[in-house]
Design a protein around this ligand. Structure first.
Ligand code: PNS
Length: 159
């Protein structure tokens, strides 16, 4: 079985992430979307909430599974029999750090990284910008899936 992991913070999942996940699902037998548990990073949504939202918006794909991990991505890959990571590249600015991580993951555990170019429709999207826009009352519809947009609206009013 050809299995690939799509790792990230997903705080929250955007339409850009969803585009990459959906296209990866067309190429691989199984796509595991792995949410990083990072206790040191302040997040808007808890890991449980992020996993729940990802599950909701990927329900249409029979071969996408949502999981969570902490520690090294290569350890998660070894535990789950995964030999490749898939990442979306939005712009050249993403490339330098992504290449460094890709080479380090290969050096550590021979885990391959495949880069998929983001749909130009979403190349300017990031979870951080989405949170900022939502916090100041801007419209995020069309940029994140609708269930995420409504959760965002609720969350920013609670803050
Ligand atoms: O959505 P993000 O925050 O850009 O995702 C970054 C992520 C989770 C893919 C990256 O930080 C990661 O793989 N973290 C796990 C820790 C790890 O393996 N670090 C060494 C990388 S070479």
């Amino acid at each position: 079985m050809l299995r690939v992991v799509c790792p990230g913070s997903f705080d929250p999942v955007t339409n850009g992430h969803l585009d990459i996940i959906g296209r990866a699902a067309g190429l691989y037998d199984e796509v595991i979307v792995a949410v990083l548990i990072n206790v040191t990073k302040h997040s808007l949504f808890t890991v449980d909430e992020r996993v729940e939202m990802l599950g909701e918006v990927t329900r249409g794909y029979g071969n996408v599974r949502i999981d969570r991990f902490h520690g090294l991505l290569v350890d998660f890959c070894a535990e789950h029999g995964i030999s490749a990571v898939i990442k979306g590249l939005r712009a050249v600015s993403d490339f330098e750090y992504e290449m460094q991580m890709a080479q380090m993951n290969y050096r550590m555990a021979k885990v391959e990284t495949l880069f998929m170019t983001t749909n130009p429709q979403f190349s300017f999207l990031s979870s951080s910008l989405i949170k900022e826009i939502a916090r100041y009352g801007g419209d995020v519809s069309g940029l994140v899936p609708e269930p995420v947009a409504s959760r965002l609206r609720r969350r920013v009013t609670e803050e």
